[in-house]
Ligand binder design. Sequence first.
Ligand code: AMP
Ligand code: MG
Length: 394
Amino acid sequence: MAVEAARATMLGAVTPLGPEDVDLAQALGRVLAEEVVAIRPQPPFDASSMDGWAVRSADGAGVRRIIGESAAGRGFEGEVRPDEAVRIFTGAPMPSGADAVVIQEDARRDGDLVSVTTAPPGAFVRRAGQDFPADARLLGAGARLDPWRLALAAAAGRAVLKVSRRPWVTIISTGDELAAPGSTPGPRRIFDSAGPAIAGLATLWGAAPVVRLHAEDRVEAITRVAADAGGDLLITIGGASVGDHDLVKPALSALGLRRLVESIALRPGKPTWFGPLADGRLVLGLPGNPASAMVCAELFLRPLLLALGGADPTPRRAWARLAAPLKANGDREHWMRARLGHDDQGETLAHPFGDQDSSLVTVFAEADALLRRPPGAPETAAGATVEILRLDRF
Ligand code: AMP
Ligand code: MG
């Protein structure tokens, strides 16, 4: 199956999780499950954008009698008549009768009088509704609440927001060779590095809780761990291909696994598989090599989590210039680890790492992006445009 078809099949099996209410203060990173509509204009009144003097522009330059003050949050109740001015501050309501502000740098006060320059109508005045009018649709369902969108929800006065529930993810690392970081491993064991990476990615992409488990390479052990695991989405790591010790699919068949995706024309990550269990939980089977698992997480786990969480799962696409020539690609889509830089013209350059072995955690830790080589891509010269996928590096 091609990568795109595999992703589409996976997304076709997703039912978005329902909504829940959260406080504005807890809403960072969540996906809106409703529209946020303005209940009043912003600003709600004509306001001064500077410290200065509220005047009638028709009066022109000259001396004004000071009749009061308008401060933010208070305002001035009276009316500005010809040759009168009100001392005004940033964000304060414009007094009635005044239609312009002369900034304080252009005015000179002398007791009860102030002499001002001319000011065209509307000078330094923020119109009511200049930011947004009442009834404006500020945010739509599916919007991810970043700090800038939170400002909009807050400006609309919203203390509670309806957001999509977060996907609950359980990750099962499989393999007799795996030792938990922190334990003292036997000489033939390696630390589980793919598990923490996938857990981190799932958390970045909105999952909670993210639970990590381990299962030995025995069919019954894997079946039992998976049967007891909760979650909307189960991710297994390792044991994905068809070797004697690749037992995950047989183990999950006992739980009614329907394999919708199996064997993808992809490098690394060919053994990746996907399907629902009889109880409706979805399972993404990732290969054990850390780089394979991390590439497949970018290509499949990210869209799955976004779709479960009510967000748009469409992959972000970007392009860069190839910094070094590449050999012709085989018949599988290849996602290479690459570092990004810039050329003299400010164009983004992608430097693929020389060693693309899928067991290397060092290379991924330095990569900024994945570089896509389409199936059957010919030999490609430096300078050619290539598709990249930027990693969510901190
Ligand atoms: P598997 O997919 O189980 O055949 O594993 C492929 C390779 O990845 C083997 O060299 C495993 O030792 C290694 N591997 C499997 N799971 C992990 C893991 N969680 N962390 C690091 N390496 C792993
Ligand atoms: Mg294994």
